[in-house]
Ligand binder design. Structure first.
Ligand code: 5RP
Length: 263
């Protein structure tokens, strides 16, 4: 592996091999998502426990201070909006020149396996891998489900994750599901978990993240379950304890409650 790729991968994973990514890319198809109206303000108290930000170039330029920034995973696919015809109809939005100019540590692209745009999204991934590998930039594939949330089950997610890895993704982001080991066992590259819509309780989030880590995930890319929580910094710290400090869900929940009570 060339130095550039090895260097970038070393920024994506901490020395323990795990990672805590903070996604703030939701606006690229959802507009001003609740609690993410001003992304720069939302993330300020959360940055100490985040290993990388997942963000579009627009929010990066407008809201993230370049000096001392966390590693950037640049979201480079998009096109349709949440009120449009089909969320799967994505293309690559960001040129290679721009990816390099922004000094991205990695890039992220969605794939929509089983959708009307399956082939298009898989070719988006493949073309991006072809280009990014030339410059030593890792590609993270996002196994997206659009509005079909019922696809969040192990057979489908294992299929999507494996295809993403086969096409050259260096990291795969997918949803946690029951029997998560079926997803990680069949995927030869590191798997990180996305959160999906906000869960009802904090403990529920801590439990699924812990289960995923026990079953082969290397970390999370968790957005709404962090920054839509009334106590986002406490939630961030509690999740960090599971990802990097081997805490159990109850121990992490104690950390959450203690910080919440301190305000
Ligand atoms: C949005 C994304 C998000 O990065 C991903 O879904 C994680 O965020 P959340 O935990 O809020 O689901 O890819 O397109």
């Amino acid at each position: 592996m060339d130095w550039g790729m090895a260097n970038r991968l070393s920024k994506l994973f901490q020395p323990d091999g795990n990672c805590f990514y903070l996604p703030i890319d939701h606006g690229y198809f959802q507009g001003p998502t609740r609690c993410l109206e001003r992304p720069g303000e939302t993330i300020r108290p959360l940055l100490p426990y985040c290993d990388a930000l997942f963000v579009t170039r627009g929010v990066l330029r407008s809201s993230i201070i370049p000096a001392g920034s966390k590693p950037i995973i640049l979201r480079v696919s998009g096109g349709p909006s949440v009120i449009g015809r089909d969320l799967a109809d994505e293309q690559i939005t960001t040129s290679m020149e721009e990816i390099i100019r922004l000094n991205a540590t990695a890039v992220g692209v969605s794939i929509f396996v089983g959708s009307d745009y399956e082939r298009q999204s898989l070719m988006n991934l493949s073309s991006l891998v072809n280009e990014c590998e030339r410059y030593g930039i890792p590609v993270m594939a996002v196994t997206a489900v659009g509005k079909e949330l019922e696809k969040q089950e192990s057979r489908y997610l294992a299929l999507s994750s494996r295809i993403a890895a086969e096409l050259g993704a260096r990291v795969v982001k997918t949803y946690w599901c029951k029997d998560f080991d079926r997803v990680t066992t069949g995927c030869p590259v590191p798997v990180v978990m996305a959160g999906g819509p906000k869960c009802e309780t904090e403990l529920e989030v801590l439990e699924f993240v812990h289960d995923g880590m026990q079953n082969g995930a290397v970390g999370v890319n968790l957005g709404r379950n962090v920054w839509q929580n009334p106590h986002p910094a406490a939630m961030m710290r509690a999740l960090y304890s599971i990802i990097h400090e081997k805490a159990k869900p109850k121990e992490a929940f104690d950390i959450f409650k203690e910080l919440k009570n301190k305000g």
